[in-house]
Write a protein that binds this ligand. Structure first.
Ligand code: HEM
Length: 141
């Protein structure tokens, strides 16, 4: 009963397959793909793994402050967050996750919206997205 969804669906074994499928959708999308331009593949796969682990109650969880710091320079538009939510839903449905579990994941992800989204942004290519405002993230442990 106390097992997390992460454990019930096979931990990192299943998760790695879900990650790959989600990754392909995020990259193929004209809305979310551009945010990952110039991000190397390994970091991108890491991102998707951590992302899913977080929203499914996996072992590694990030604080809201960390999530804000990681995404602040990216100027993620509200529409891109919505798109990522939809792509994740489609992916979980493809892997036959139970409907109530899909809703739990959607709620968990939706709850992080304000940490990820830059409210006024319309997408990558804005001043903030180009990193003009800093880019100090990698110096932070
Ligand atoms: C609840 C949703 C999300 C979670 C939990 C999450 C989690 C993370 C984490 C943990 C990192 C840091 C990775 C690292 O450097 O070790 C990160 C970075 C990043 N995230 Fe997210 N993320 C979310 C949503 C999004 C969305 C919607 C986008 C784009 C549409 C996005 C794009 C990125 C990019 C481009 C990076 C930087 C990758 C790099 O330069 O290494 N994230 N995210």
């Amino acid at each position: 009963m106390s097992r997390t969804m992460f454990e019930r669906y096979g931990g990192f074994g299943t998760l790695s397959k879900v990650v790959l499928a989600f990754y392909e959708r995020m990259i193929d999308s004209d809305v979310t793909g551009p945010y990952f331009d110039g991000v190397d593949m390994r970091r991108l796969i890491d991102h998707q793994t951590q992302f899913l682990s977080q929203v499914m109650g996996g072992p590694k969880a990030y604080t809201d402050e960390q999530l804000e710091r990681y995404h602040a320079h990216l100027a993620i538009a509200p529409a891109a967050f919505d798109e990522a939510m939809e792509l994740l839903r489609d992916t979980l449905e493809d892997f036959s996750f139970d409907a109530p579990d899909v809703e739990v994941v959607m709620e968990s992800m939706g709850g992080k919206r304000r940490c990820i989204v830059a409210p006024g942004s319309t997408g990558p290519g804005t001043d903030r997205a180009r990193g003009d405002s800093g880019g100090t993230r990698r110096a932070v442990p």
